[in-house]
Write a protein that binds this ligand. Structure first.
Ligand code: G3P
Ligand code: CA
Length: 252
């Protein structure tokens, strides 16, 4: 069993957003491999449910933007999704890259690379149950964090499998963020970075929770947030975040 923790000599936990979205086609094995080689502490990915009940790793509800196909994931079978090219749109050198399933990403991780799994779409098709069943089957409930904008879904996760760590996503200046986290029985706050300030970091830590923010791509903003004391940053450019964190660590 591994816990999600930052590299020994780093002050921040580096989360590769959709793998390394700025450097490779998002939510593909190529993107997750790129992030791994850079030295991230965990990778974030998004999950939907296909028509034939497979867990599909993709950000959008349709395949249109990130493959050469068209249509909603919920209306397509796995075989149709697997026939798509998920790499060429980003760069011709990624031609033939396939859309992965969550099961394939668990296999790829092998329990060695912690996963931050965003419950994105397909709640009505049993997304929560299907993800938890898979994590149980792979004995990987301790190697993941489940996050979502659907806080009731996270409440459901905790009711079914209390050992799974969860984080509430939000893009707002909440009046009482800790109460919202408590309502969802969550372990962490995952605010959009534009809503992070010293007060939120202090409140979160006082409550014994973690603060992971996203999606931060400019080194200057990374420095500011690290100085504020956030625990984790999600970025499309994990190479930049590793460089900033190492430079700050060396400067003391
Ligand atoms: O890590 C959270 C972040 O991924 C949420 O936004 O739109 O990139 O899925 P989005
Ligand atoms: Ca996401």
């Amino acid at each position: 069993m591994i816990q999600i923790q930052k590299a020994a000599n780093r002050r921040i936990l580096v989360m590769g957003h959709r793998g390394a979205r700025g450097l490779a086609p998002e939510n593909t094995i190529a993107s997750f491999e790129t992030a791994r080689k850079i030295g991230v502490d965990c990778v974030e990915l998004d999950v939907h449910v296909s028509k034939d009940a497979h867990l599909i790793v993709m950000h959008d509800a349709t395949v249109d933007r990130t493959t050469d196909g068209h249509g909603y994931i919920k209306d397509m079978n796995l075989s149709e999704i697997k026939a798509l090219d998920a790499g060429s749109w980003f760069d011709p050198r990624y031609a033939g890259e396939m859309v992965p399933t969550l099961e394939e990403i668990l296999e790829w991780s092998g329990g060695e690379m912690p996963l931050v799994i965003e419950l994105k779409g397909g709640f009505e098709q049993g997304l929560v149950h299907r993800v938890i069943d898979l994590l149980w089957r792979y004995d990987m409930t301790n190697e993941v964090i489940l996050i979502s904008f659907d806080h009731r879904a996270l409440q459901h996760v905790k009711a079914l499998s209390p050992e799974i760590r969860t984080g509430i996503l939000f893009v707002a200046r909440l009046v009482d963020p800790i109460a919202v986290a408590r309502g969802a029985v969550a372990d962490a706050l995952h605010p959009n970075w534009n809503y992070v300030d010293h007060e939120l970091v202090r409140e979160t830590h006082t409550a014994g929770l973690a603060l992971s923010t996203w999606t931060v791509n400019e080194p200057e903003d990374m420095r500011t947030l690290i100085e504020m004391g956030v625990d984790s940053i999600g970025t499309d450019y994990p190479d930049r975040l590793v460089a900033v964190a190492e430079e700050m660590d060396q400067a003391g």
